[in-house]
Design a binder for this molecule. Structure first.
Ligand SMILES: Cc1cc2nc3c(=O)[nH]c(=O)nc-3n(C[C@H](O)[C@H](O)[C@H](O)COP(=O)(O)OP(=O)(O)OC[C@H]3O[C@@H](n4cnc5c(N)ncnc54)[C@H](O)[C@@H]3O)c2cc1C
Length: 447
């Protein structure tokens, strides 16, 4: 197949924008960037890379950029952003370039929702390939559990549909981008129209009481609630509500799928005293991304993620905020109880009660060094509460060392993924990801 879609090489205008995404700290330097507009264009790009013996990288939003990629073909996915909803069947076909906001906007007119992320700017397919822990996790499980089939362009250019029960299906639902370019995912939708969601922000000085209350409250909270506690240092931005500008805060954030019960079931955590602001309201689920108050600007950032079997007691909050970083977010997301994932995915959730996710900008080398040191301290502070496992989507720039990917899976699951990698991508063409190396020379027969 001929490669006819838009292409950019290092000498071309626009190359720098084409090779970057949301996180500017990780720099791709591909020899070619392509913008496919169809599955055939993706096939042509993969075949071109194969003929030239080049590796293939995939980039959608850049929220998952943790490893640099050089000298290969970078496939940008944003022009494959179609979302087709089947309201009767309560499913959607989600194109590889769609963000969660695209998906939620397409589902909302039908009173339906997908199992989206805490941030709606994240790529829906990239998130799903890594399992996907989001605002409806405790009610409906991980997003990869809602997948019905996936269309995949394999390393040899063949287009296949991976269905439940196939080896490839299990591999892509949790194994990340290791097995091919997933051009679309067919996923189940849920009857979630409006939710009771928002955040209650307390001064960081109140953190010990807020954390103690949260631990107790989480012990009996129903599956309709997915919540988090975030330590945030806000920048002094005029775009923020006045009490949050330049403030160190501890925020209780939650989403309750029942707009009525939510009001009284979240009351305890919203009325601990000394609240700076409270943003809770009944809102359409399509607006859930507003709760995170995240930044959309491409910027250099460091990130860190871990799973916890419990919250450290006590959690040394002054130590956690003892840094010169101008913005910082350390969020503890409650993932215990509720409806557990039905299928194994890259979630590592077998003993976790909380997932920690943290982001900090690193605008200079000094800032990067400071933030790196900060994450080493955070890692230590979480100490014995850290689970031995992790979830693949939370492997950030600061915790992708040796064995990190392996640690997201049980030994048996990892063996199956290694087998699938050997079968579908024996030459490791798709290597710009949380990489699973091929484990043998198994030949591909049928999917
Ligand atoms: C601010 C922020 C919030 C987040 N919130 C959550 C959250 O709530 N829950 C959660 O589980 N995770 C969360 N994540 C992690 C996020 O889900 C992963 O980083 C995910 O990989 C991002 O996908 P993307 O397409 O947006 O990113 P990209 O950086 O564009 O892609 C990341 C990688 O995913 C793979 N990939 C993406 N799309 C495809 C495809 N179509 N085919 C093959 N491979 C593909 C590639 O290996 C690519 O390198 C968050 C990350 C950030 C930075």
């Amino acid at each position: 197949m001929d490669l006819t879609c838009e292409q950019l090489r290092p000498a071309d205008d626009g190359y720098d924008a084409a090779r970057t995404g949301w996180n500017l700290a990780v720099e791709h330097r591909p020899s070619l960037v392509v913008y496919p507009e169809s599955v055939e264009d993706v096939v042509a790009a993969v075949e071109y890379a194969r003929a030239e013996k080049l590796p293939v990288g995939v980039l959608n939003t850049g929220h998952g950029l943790v490893r640099p990629f050089a000298d290969g073909v970078l496939i940008r996915l944003e022009r494959l952003a179609d979302v087709t909803v089947d309201p009767g069947g309560r499913t959607a076909i989600v194109g590889a370039g769609a963000t969660w906001q695209h998906v939620l906007d397409a589902c909302a007119p039908h009173g339906l929702a997908a199992l989206s992320a805490f941030s709606s700017d994240v790529g829906a397919v990239g998130y799903t390939l890594g399992g996907g822990i989001g605002w409806l996790m405790r009610k409906y499980g991980a997003c990869s559990d809602s997948v019905l089939s996936a269309t995949v362009v394999l390393a040899d250019g063949e287009v296949v549909t991976a269905r439940i029960g196939d080896e490839l299906f299990e591999a892509v639902c949790g194994g990340g981008g290791n097995f091919g370019v997933v051009t679309s995912v067919h996923m189940g939708l849920y009857d979630v129209d409006s939710v009771f969601a928002g955040g209650t922000y307390y001064p960081a000085s109140r953190a010990p009481e807020v954390i103690a209350a949260y631990r107790e409250w989480c012990a009996s909270v129903p599956p309709e609630v997915t919540s988090a506690l975030a330590l945030v240092r806000f920048p002094a931005s005029p775009k923020l509500p006045e009490p949050l500008r330049g403030a160190d805060v501890v925020a209780f954030r939650a989403c309750h799928t029942d707009g009525v019960a939510g009001v009284w079931e979240l009351e305890t955590m919203r009325t601990l005293g000394g609240e700076l602001i409270d943003t809770f309201e009944v809102l359409p689920y399509s607006r859930i991304g507003e709760v995170a108050m995240g930044s959309r600007q491409p910027q250099a950032r460091a990130s860190y993620g871990a799973l916890l079997v419990d919250l450290p007691d006590p959690l040394d909050v002054p130590a956690l905020l003892d840094t010169d970083a101008p913005y910082l977010m350390v969020e503890l997301r409650h993932v215990e109880g509720g409806n557990r994932p039905a299928r194994p995915a890259g979630l590592g959730l077998w003993d976790a009660a909380y997932a920690v996710f943290s982001i900090a900008p690193t605008p200079s080398e000094e800032a990067a060094a400071e933030v790196g040191e900060y994450y080493r301290r955070l890692h230590g502070e979480l100490g014995v509460c850290r689970s031995k496992s992790n979830t693949v989507n939370y492997l950030g720039t600061e915790n992708i060392g040796d064995g990190a990917v392996r640690g997201c899976y049980t030994a048996e699951h990892f063996d199956r993924l290694t087998h699938a990698k050997s079968r579908f991508d024996p030459e490791n063409v798709f290597c710009t990801n949380h990489n699973i190396a091929p484990g043998g020379t198994t030949r591909r027969s049928s999917v």
